[in-house]
Design a protein around this ligand. Structure first.
Ligand code: HPA
Length: 259
């Protein structure tokens, strides 16, 4: 099973026939919504709108642990996570689809591990995203003629406010190309459960200070909606590219990670 997390403006994936909505309870609480279980080309998909549907959960209030554990309990071995991001790197224009390869975690106060009780676990996170899943998206892009940016460092802020111009300048100096509010702790939680994980980010705006105009949530959702058709094609092609077996290190993330 492949999990898909929808971000702002993505509350369903067209083209997937939903067979059932499954509510899941986890030891970490309730996920954002029921998982939409469907199928595309014989591959089982579980879709979860991260902010609920309709959109009512702010980025800093999302129960990321419940969402990721819910996918694990459903049997998902891979997750593609869709996010809206602001472009810090001026080359990344609104509308661009970006597959990040690195993360700078600037969030605070979020539950960011499953191992905060007896087990002491230090999971390797040098490469935060699954190389196989990323490669599957790249070849989907090539096959379907959809441009994807293959490298970007994603700075994850806590929100819900947007950034100051100086913050964006500083994040740029740190090496960030895009900024968003939901990429973490999703990525590390998936790794801790040995689930392959990749982000699929859509640049919805130039970040604060780069944009000449005031940033609005409306603009974010509008740009995301404009990208829906491309996301849909890219996902369909990606699902078809994914082989059943996994050969990446994600599946053994806990090997030798426990103290
Ligand atoms: N900043 C933070 N999060 C975002 C942005 C932004 O400019 N655009 C979309 N999500």
């Amino acid at each position: 099973m492949i999990g898909v997390i929808g971000g702002s403006g993505v509350y369903e994936i067209e083209g997937i026939v939903i067979k059932e909505e499954r509510k899941v309870s986890t030891p970490f609480g309730e996920p954002s919504d029921a998982y939409r279980i469907g199928e595309i080309a014989g591959i089982e998909i579980a879709f979860l709108p991260r902010h609920g549907s309709p959109h009512h959960i702010a980025p800093h209030k999302i129960n990321y642990r419940a969402n990721i554990r819910g996918f694990k309990d459903l049997g998902a071995e891979r997750i593609i996570s869709i996010n809206a991001v602001g472009g810090i790197n001026r080359k990344l224009k609104p509308g661009a689809i970006v597959i990040p390869d690195q993360i700078i975690d600037l969030t605070e106060g979020r539950e960011r591990t499953f191992y905060d009780k007896e087990d002491i676990v230090h999971v390797d996170f040098t490469e935060p995203y699954c190389p196989e899943l990323r490669a599957a998206i790249f070849s989907a892009g090539e096959k379907s003629g959809i441009d994807v940016v293959k490298r970007a460092t994603y700075a994850c802020v806590n929100g819900p406010r947007l950034e100051t111009a100086a913050e964006i300048r500083a994040f740029g100096f740190l090496g960030a190309d895009v900024v968003g509010m939901t990429g973490m702790p999703e990525a590390i939680l998936a790794r801790e459960l040995e689930i392959c994980f990749t982000g699929l980010a859509v640049v919805t705006n130039h970040a604060a200070g780069i944009s000449k105009t005031r940033l609005t949530a409306t603009e974010v959702v509008m740009k995301m909606k404009e990208a829906t058709e491309r996301i849909k094609h890219l996902l369909k092609e990606t699902f078809a590219n994914i082989s059943p077996g996994r050969n990446c290190a994600c599946r053994d993330a806990l090997k030798n990670a426990k103290m």
